[in-house]
Each structure stands twice: as structure tokens, then as C-alpha cells.
Design a protein. Structure first.
Length: 304
């Protein structure tokens, strides 16, 4: 959700009862992280005061903990100031980062694409895991969610939020049936009114199908899923993209003329279920309705 997630989207998500998050690198200049966390904390506190019967969900901040992220220490200091409840880490598990978050009473969830990386994350103190399975938007793995989650649950009984082409309430229930505690949804929220994405990007999510996604490491040095239409618009052939040098990773958007994620749009394979641009509250309500209906349907099938 690089660029897409900002305070408006996070606040709307938390008010709707789900955890909202934003990458710290979305806040530019650097000082804006403090402004965003102030806004999020203040508005959610006001909401909770006015609606004690419908409290907001906690929020999270995504941190790229790779050594190339020169902002990490400063961004973590601001997270400590506001005691961010959940920090989502990616691209290199860090014991020092986990220890820092635990020091202010927060928890960490770490993005993983293989069982080996999951072991490393937990060994270094991560509280939970986010298996980023095949079909997820942005920096995603290649392994089926069925295989990856089964391997993790052989040894890890902590919190798991499954990511990978989930965009419906039925998908949320399926994630739980496979052993996850939560579903981790990104691409579907791009097509919401509160997302910081241009209208063409939102409409491309609505119009897109799974076959409209290309998996490549060209744009950041790490493999990820992107909308083919945006690759074509940038003057490239999505079916004949060169490989990138992983040692030249650039998480801030790429150094080529076409910038990921500004021009090359990240997206997961689950967008075929997104049929309209709608508000966060309406989308979350639809997820809940679909989830409850799917539970009833599943229970009926079990009784048969």
C-alpha cells in the first residue's frame, strides 16, 4: 500500500472496526509521520469517546527494516512517541526493532514469504506472522497460501494474518479455516474513497481480473505483483520484462523513469471480486455480510 495508505484511510478502517495501517515511508517529508500519528490518535480517541459502544480498532505502522531504509531509526522514534499498538515489519527481521516495540507495549507482526523466513522472524522476537502468499499485491511470495500456512502451523501457534488475493468475506472465512487468525487485505482498499490513489488506479482495480497481474522484480529489486495496464502505459511489455538486480533494491519507488508505485501500480490477484469504488465503511460492511453468509452456508454443508 505504498503511497495509497494515509491517515484518512487508516482512520476510516479503524472506525469501521478493522486494523488500519500505513507504511511510514508514505509520510513525506519525514516529519509528517509525527503529524499523521497525531491525527490518527486524536481522531480515534474522539471517536471512542463519542461511541463507547463501538470502539475503534487499533492501528498499525508498516516499517521496512532493511538496512537500506535510512529513515528507520527516526520513524521508529516517532512510533515510540505515540506508542503505536502494532508495528508491521518487512524485508529483514530485526531483534532490536522488536525489542524497541515491546519496550513501549506494542506488538510486532513480520511479513514472510517462506517458512524459513518465518523461523528467523520468530527467533528474533516477532510476536506474529503475516505470510504473504502467492497472489498478494506488492512484494509477494510464490508459495500457495494452503502450503505456506500449513507449514507455519506445524510449529507456530501465535497470531497469523494471511495475505494473498483476499478481497471477500468468503476469503476471510477461508483464511481462518486454513488456520489463520486474521485476513490481511490490501488491494481491495485501493478502490475505496479514502485511499490516496488516483482515480485511474482505483478504476483499474475495479476493472481488473487475476490475469491482469504481472509478477516481476524489475521495479524494486524484489518480486511483486503489479497491474499489467500500468506497465503497458509506462511503455513496457509486461510479458517480456527483464530481471532486476536484487542488490540494487529501491523500496522508495525505483530509479527508472517509470516509478513504482507512482506509475507502476501494485495489485494482488483478488481484484476480480471488486466491482465498484466505495467507502471503507461500506466495503467493511459488505465483508462482514459475506463472511456471516459464508459461515451459515458452510455450517449447512457440514450438517449434510
Amino acid at each position: 500500500m505504498f503511497i495509497v495508505s494515509g491517515p484518512e484511510l487508516v482512520i476510516a478502517q479503524c472506525k469501521a472496526g478493522i486494523v488500519g495501517s500505513f507504511p511510514a515511508l508514505n509520510a513525506r517529508p519525514e516529519a509528517m509521520v509525527d503529524e499523521w500519528l497525531h491525527q490518527i490518535t486524536e481522531e480515534l480517541a474522539a471517536h471512542d469517546s463519542a461511541h463507547p459502544d463501538r470502539l475503534s480498532a487499533p492501528f498499525a505502522v508498516n516499517q521496512i527494516v532493511h538496512r537500506s531504509n535510512a529513515r528507520l531509526d527516526a520513524d521508529m522514534a516517532v512510533c515510540a512517541k505515540w506508542k503505536v499498538p502494532i508495528v508491521i515489519t518487512s524485508l529483514g527481521a530485526r531483534e532490536d526493532v522488536n525489542h524497541t516495540v515491546h519496550g513501549w507495549g506494542g506488538i510486532t507482526l513480520h511479513d514472510v514469504i517462506t517458512d524459513r523466513y518465518a523461523h528467523k522472524a520468530v527467533e528474533k522476537g516477532a510476536d506474529g506472522l503475516i505470510p504473504v502468499a502467492a497472489g498478494a499485491g506488492g512484494h509477494a511470495g510464490r508459495i500457495s497460501p494452503f502450503a505456506l500456512l500449513a507449514e507455519l502451523r506445524e510449529w507456530f501457534d501465535g497470531p497469523v494474518a494471511l495475505s494473498g488475493a483476499i478481497s471477500t468475506g468468503r476469503g476471510v472465512l477461508a483464511a481462518q479455516a486454513m488456520g489463520a487468525d486474521f485476513a490481511y487485505i490490501g488491494s481491495a482498499f485501493i478502490a475505496t474513497a479514502e485511499a490516496n490513489a488516483e482515480q485511474l488506479y482505483k478504476q483499474a482495480i475495479v476493472d481488473g481480473r487475476a490475469d491482469d497481474i504481472v509478477y516481476t522484480n524489475l521495479f524494486t529489486g524484489i518480486h511483486g505483483n503489479y497491474l499489467k495496464a500500468s506497465v503497458v502505459a509506462a511503455g513496457m511489455d509486461p510479458d517480456n520484462l527483464p530481471e532486476s538486480d536484487p542488490s540494487a533494491m529501491d523500496f522508495a519507488g525505483g530509479s527508472s523513469k517509470a516509478k513504482a508505485w507512482r506509475d507502476i501500480w501494485g495489485s494482488g490477484q483478488g481484484i476480480g471480486s471488486i466491482e465498484a469504488i466505495e467507502s471503507v465503511v461500506d466495503f467493511v460492511a459488505r465483508l462482514e455480510s459475506e463472511y456471516l453468509a459464508a459461515r451459515v452456508e458452510l455450517n449447512a454443508k457440514v450438517r449434510l
